[in-house]
Design a protein around this ligand. Structure first.
Ligand SMILES: [Zn+2]
Length: 393
């Protein structure tokens, strides 16, 4: 607060000087009598340790003219950065109300005021300002970027898509990833309403925008499952796992379900073996162990898993191994192993299942847009061997 006052004090004093110069008195007015009663009122507040009132007086004192516009803008920004959004809004509104501003100055003030409104959560007002700025040549891209933030906040995905298309040629980034997610969001709404055909059409658009969009493939698989088309669903899910092996753990349970529904256990076994070879950190080994148990019995499954856990130690593997051993007949350590399994289950439940690769945000469920850094497609299922989370100050 005090540093701001030190900044304002000379500025407020100088505004008297500017005013004087404009009225034709070329000699700079420096004596205190010309600073007027408001200046002393402000000083008085300051001396009475009322810095809030002092700031308000000094801000009101600042006359807007061509030479103090920059000061007003700087002051407004300073208030916003300090979280004093009400004051920032007042300064910028005051600026915009002046007819003397050039077009460019007015546009700049509008942009700042829009950002104040966003900071204050007044998205409707911000939206109106940025829509007005959309036509300005200088702030066109900035207005669009702010509108995109607002529409994402409001979950207006059609509007997001339009903005992204307009913004893409202006920015270096064609925004394919974001556009694909906007299509997915729109498709999700349609799926909820039962319009599967229209949803599928949007998901195809998502995939043509971004070929690697595992989310679109996963959603297409969900639609196929709703239509009892298990083979097609398995194909889509496998493609998602191939395109981005990080998501393999996410799609595996459904791949297994699809194969079971079509009674294709041979195909499943082949697929799980391949998946395990390409991505040993996924839980393909666990599903394979289950399959071996069904076909060759618990002892064979335990032998497979023991070997697997030795090669790729994981909490999930240990837990399953403990369970298997406890189920084996004539096992004298079954009670101990059951307890061990219980502890491992607790450990698994406590740790978050997903993490943002962009900002390290931990989540219990899969978010397609990271709630923390708002990046799309960066939250991924965690593997057991993830690095410990880095704490940033
Ligand atoms: Zn993030």
């Amino acid at each position: 607060m005090l540093e701001l006052l030190w900044l304002l004090l000379p500025v407020a004093a100088a505004s008297g000087w500017f005013a004087a110069r404009r009225t034709g008195r070329c000699k700079p007015v420096r004596d205190d009598t010309q600073r007027g009663p408001a200046y002393f009122r402000g000083l008085n507040h300051l001396l009475n340790e009322e810095p809030d009132k002092a700031i308000d007086v000094f801000v009101e004192m600042l006359k807007v003219d061509s030479e103090t516009v920059e000061t007003h803008l700087a002051l407004g920004n300073l208030f916003r950065r300090r979280g004093e959004v009400d004051r920032a809004i007042r300064v910028h509104q005051n600026l915009i109300a002046r007819p003397a501003l050039t077009r460019e100055q007015r546009a700049q003030a509008l942009l700042e005021l829009g950002q104040d409104y966003m900071r204050a959560g007044l998205f409707d007002r911000a939206e109106n300002l940025f829509k007005e700025l959309r036509d300005s040549r200088q702030y066109h891209a900035q207005a669009l970027r702010n509108l995109l933030v607002i529409y994402q906040q409001e979950r207006d995905w059609e509007a997001c898509l339009k903005i992204a298309e307009e913004l893409a040629p202006l920015a270096d980034d064609p925004m394919w990833l974001e556009r694909a997610h906007f299509y997915c969001e729109m498709a999700a709404k349609l799926i909820q309403a039962g319009h599967l055909g229209r949803a599928n059409a949007l998901l195809r658009k998502a995939l043509s925008a971004h070929k690697q969009c595992v989310r679109a493939l996963h959603m297409q698989a969900d639609i196929a499952i709703r239509q009892d088309n298990w083979k097609e669903a398995a194909k889509l899910l496998k493609r998602a796992g191939e395109l981005q092996p990080d998501y393999l753990t996410e799609v595996l349970p459904q791949v297994v379900e699809c194969h079971r529904r079509t009674a294709d256990l041979k195909g499943l076994r082949r697929y799980l073996e391949e998946a395990l070879a390409t991505n040993p950190e996924s839980c393909a080994g666990l599903y394979l162990a289950d399959l071996i148990m069904e076909t060759d019995g618990e002892a064979a499954a335990a032998a497979f898993l023991t070997d697997e856990v030795r090669q790729h130690p994981s909490l999930r593997g240990l837990k399953r191994l403990a369970e298997l051993h406890a189920e084996l007949p004539d096992h004298n350590a079954d009670a101990v192993l059951k307890t061990l399994g219980g502890h491992l289950t607790d450990l698994l439940h406590k740790r978050p299942g997903y993490r943002c690769t962009q900002c390290g945000f931990d989540a219990k469920t899969l978010h397609w847009q990271c709630p923390s850094c708002r990046s799309w497609g960066t939250v991924k299922p965690r593997t057991d061997n993830d690095e410990p989370r880095q704490i940033t100050q």
